[in-house]
Design a protein around this ligand. Sequence first.
Ligand code: GLA
Length: 726
Amino acid sequence: MPITYDSQKRIFKLDTKTSTYALLVYRENYLVHLYYGAKLPDDNLASLMYRGRFDSLSPYNPKVEDELFSPDINPLEYSTNGAGDFRISACSVRGENGDTVTDLRYVSHRILPGKPKLPGLPATFAGEDEAQTLELETVDSVTGVRAFLLYTVFEEYGVITRSVRFENRGSAPVVLERAYSACVDFPGMDFDMVHLYGRWAKENSTARHPLQHGIQSIQSKRGMAGPNHNPFVALARNGCTEETGEAYGFNLIYSGNFAIDIETDTRGCSRLLMGINPTDFRWKLSPEESFTTPEAVLVYSDAGMGGMSRTFHKFYLNHLMRSEWAKKKRPLLINSWEAAYFDFDDDKLAAFAGEAQKLGIEMLVMDDGWFGNRCDDHRALGDWAVNEQKLKGGLQSLIQRVNALGVKFGIWYEPEMINPDSDLYRAHPDWAVCARGRDKSISRYQCVLDMTREDVRDNIFRQMYDVISKNNIEYIKWDCNRHISEAASLQLPPDRQGEFFHRYVLGVYDLMDRITTAFPHILLENCSSGGGRFDAGMLYYSPQIWASDNTDAIERLTIQFGASLCYPIASLGAHVSANPRTSLKTRGNVAMCGTFGYELDPVKLTEEERALVRRQVADYHKYYDLIRYGDFYRLTSPTDNPFFCEWEFVSEDKTEALTTLVVMRQPEHVFHIQYLRGLDPDRLYREEETGEVYSGALLMHAGLNLSCVSWESPDGDSLVRHFTAV
Ligand code: GLA
């Protein structure tokens, strides 16, 4: 069984096929963290309890009667507040007495088959025989608040997920001021922190640096996860490389204000916290009410950063992306945005569809500009009725024309937003987010709709339902092009304004749930000014997310490599655009490391380009399964190497591999060997183009000498090779 409890020693052991996680109920019912790391066969883990002396500045509980136990220095399972642990706290409850001392102690536990749902939140899912869940009940004796710590063990994946449910069983309201989803104490600080940072059009750059004494943190206060920091962190043990060593991956299934804090204390031990950002968070919990935190996903890998990523990829494909499209073949699409921006009508779109169809493209997506008087980005968000001056004859007639060509039809929405210049705003100015007595800041000429309000969500749902239910729409792009300032709701009382940000996210999830439930067959793609919402919360609803408005193939390398640390290749929205810096060939090869699609005017393609597009479309089908369900290897990262970027897909049964090399810049030293990974060393593989046969061992250990390519290829060139076992 993956979860065991030794009632004599009061030790819980959570085993996956690669890892062990252990904790202990110590004297006075303190929950003490024992271990997280490589799998341990031992039954007796009591020796893992930290035993260290502490000085007179560390408080201790005399009832414990252990001179080596202080909450200030011992690793704790879910650090509480103001009760002797001076490191960062995972939770803090302000009770009726006004103080925030919070001291959770173990009460009882249950071990459940499968995994319970988290109310109102996206989360991983499992059948009863696919996972096991430990629920630890803890209590703060003064406020009566109970915290249920939930751990679900996915044995087959090396994954543990965590979240916390608070219940107020006391007699007075309390306020949750911090409520993190997970806390993990590590002995030592011999780790690098790896995380993703960026901005609009430069998402997911990878940063790696050693842990420092003090607190290091990444977070969002933008209302959305945002492009600036991604709710993902890895701790890479010193010496951990792409394919060797220990890496711990942490990802929060949440699309709003998050924080991942790592404190390395002066003893040299490290604590990682992950959850809702406590800044601007206050949640009033009345008696009998409960609050559930978002879910944190913990991955342990002894096969380097690559092993960690491959675990995330498989796990999310099978246990997070709930759409029927997660593993169903998705249509190859062309999007109108970069081809037309706001300047289109029904004839232009029908012409796009006609040309696209000749090239083998299967779906036309009509991007921004089809509704209200949306002639530019200054107006009409909120007015989701078709603009019949642009689409003469209406949407149904356009879709019929497109469908008659054998092409499917998709549409763009930005449901959470409102322009001051819109009929919706004129009718309901109070529906825009604003703080009483303050002016509203504007961003991209728009305001944010108050998604905490049910009436607002109902209105947007009805408007969307009206269009979608009457037309043969098979895909929706859900965009979100600003962040939240002057964050408050006119509908919430003053003592609940601290709930605004989280209620906003819950409102978005509710609307997304209603749309995807009403239209389960529609393929949903998320987007937020490019990749500003590339998070696991969104993956739950939409199996693909637009990775960046930057469609330059070279820039895309760091963006897509960064995202691949945590998110499946099958989720990475990537298109071939008209962006001229690299050849059409390389743009195709880079977009192939993602969902693949087009975002250009197909009418303007030359005959030569059309022939190449047809080949790319054929490759899309040929390699569809290999790319989406195969194992992904980052061979050479554009963050580490200024000249080359290389990656590889290997089928699960190791009978097929596909490598891509992009020459970002001609190297001074042209000598270059490409080492493949993940093959069967004892099998022979034939390279498709040359017909040469090599052993897996040769391809992985001696590698292929590509010095010729690096000598002959101009900047931006690329080379794809396909290997099949003979
Ligand atoms: C955002 C998206 C783009 C496009 C525009 C439309 O910037 O990232 O892909 O949809 O909005 O306004």
